[in-house]
Design a protein around this ligand. Structure first.
Ligand SMILES: NC(=O)c1ccc[n+]([C@@H]2O[C@H](COP(=O)([O-])OP(=O)(O)OC[C@H]3O[C@@H](n4cnc5c(N)ncnc54)[C@H](O)[C@@H]3O)[C@@H](O)[C@H]2O)c1
Length: 363
């Protein structure tokens, strides 16, 4: 068993803890969070763990082989350096830091170490993307030409936390910047971004970017947490749409199941299976087996996450530079925030508020 201590027991930390206690390869020894309420909630999930607000206790325990860094991006760099100094492998949330320069410095430090560090670019553990990528590689859609991705939900709002992670296109959009690059199997070459400052908020909260990769594949990515927050019945629009010279492959999901439809030259395949939210069960399993075997068996890398973060900031800056108009009013934003404070089911609701008011996590 690998002894692990985790820092940050919010929405993500909780998901990790739930999976770590289930997986026989892991011994969840410490849970650190600066919030007393979080530590109290953690005791329900991992009663055998030590709960602390002092992260140094984890780093000072020589038996801890792995640390999980699941707090916010501003505290991650110090924690990651401490892990490298004390010889511990790291399972980290994204982004690695609250600025790109520090992220690249961290990536260099990781390269110089002989430790394993993975960042949770969760799409890379998704069966639906892996299925489509395998299909593309068989040649069934001819030559890959166009990658189209959308992720729009009535999700995380300004003022609901995650400030160190940046605005929606960085906080969440970096995942889709990574997915497009993964499909294209090439580096970004050129792009143009358009945003909108919904509710006249200072940052664009919806951005669409299109452009090319170095190998000639073209892409568009649309990300926004602006998709009908006040709708009586909320919905979302999330897809990938992959177009080749001869065929196509696409995926949609409803956060419960995902459906892949692949129309190749000799095969038509339609498959629906569980969506599995953040795929944390797969992430921790692959990472544990990688540490035990001494090689990366498929976990997402630091470099992929830093490239995605770097490009997402650049695309966000381009949307600002290109003039993101204001639509709507701060009053509308307040109305949405008020509604979300009373919601028990919804997209990306802040965790502790939900626990406080309802005695359980409904996010
Ligand atoms: N991979 C994904 O799909 C995905 C999805 C959501 C969030 N995230 C990332 O996961 C991280 C956590 O997000 P979340 O939604 O769980 O946030 P959250 O606000 O729900 O939880 C963060 C927790 O960290 C604690 N914390 C903050 N600073 C700390 C410190 N210095 N030491 C110890 N505890 C500290 C807070 O008290 C809180 O309980 C963020 O970096 C976010 O970007 C990733």
């Amino acid at each position: 068993m690998l002894k692990i201590g985790i820092i940050g027991f919010g929405r993500m930390g909780r998901l990790y803890a739930e999976e770590l206690v289930k997986n026989p390869l892991w011994d969840l020894a410490y849970i650190c969070d600066t919030c007393a309420e979080a530590r109290k909630a953690a005791a329900d999930i991992a009663p055998a763990a030590v709960f602390t607000e002092n992260e140094n206790i984890l780093f000072e325990d020589p038996e801890v082989q792995v640390v999980g860094l699941f707090a916010l991006a501003d505290s991650r760099p110090t924690q990651l350096y401490k892990a490298l100094q004390t010889g511990k492998h790291v399972l980290a949330e994204k982004p690695l830091a609250d600025n790109v320069r520090t992220e690249w410095e961290l990536a260099e430090a990781v390269k110089r170490s002989n430790l394993m560090v993975s960042v949770n670019m969760f799409n890379r553990n998704a069966w639906y993307h892996q299925t489509i990528i395998d299909f593309i590689r068989t040649g069934e859609i001819g030559e890959l030409a166009i990658v189209r991705i959308a992720h729009m939900t009535p999700g995380h709002m300004p003022q609901e936390g995650h400030e160190p992670e940046g605005p929606a296109f960085h906080d969440c959009g970096m995942h889709y910047v990574d997915v497009a690059r993964w499909y294209a199997d090439s580096e970004y070459a050129a792009f143009h971004a358009q945003g909108i400052r919904m509710w006249s908020y200072e940052d664009p909260w919806w951005i669409q970017v299109h452009g090319t990769f170095q190998n000639g594949v073209v892409f568009d990515i649309t990300q926004g947490f602006v998709y009908g927050h006040m709708a009586k019945k909320q919905t979302h629009n999330c897809y990938v749409d992959i177009i080749g010279t001869k065929g196509i492959a696409r995926m949609t999901h409803n956060f419960k199941t995902a459906t892949v439809e692949m129309h190749g030259v000799t095969q038509t395949i339609v498959k629906t299976d569980e969506f599995k939210d953040k795929k944390v069960d797969i992430m921790i399993d692959v990472f544990a087996r990688s540490i035990l075997s001494g090689r990366n068996l498929g976990y997402p890398t630091v470099e992929d996450s830093v490239i995605a973060s770097d490009m997402a900031w650049k695309m966000f800056d381009d949307a600002v530079k290109n003039g993101s108009p204001c639509i709507g009013s701060p009053e509308e934003m307040e109305e949405i925030l008020r509604r979300r404070r009373t919601m028990t089911q919804g997209y990306g609701l802040p965790l502790w508020k939900v626990i406080n008011e309802n005695g359980k996590n409904a996010s």
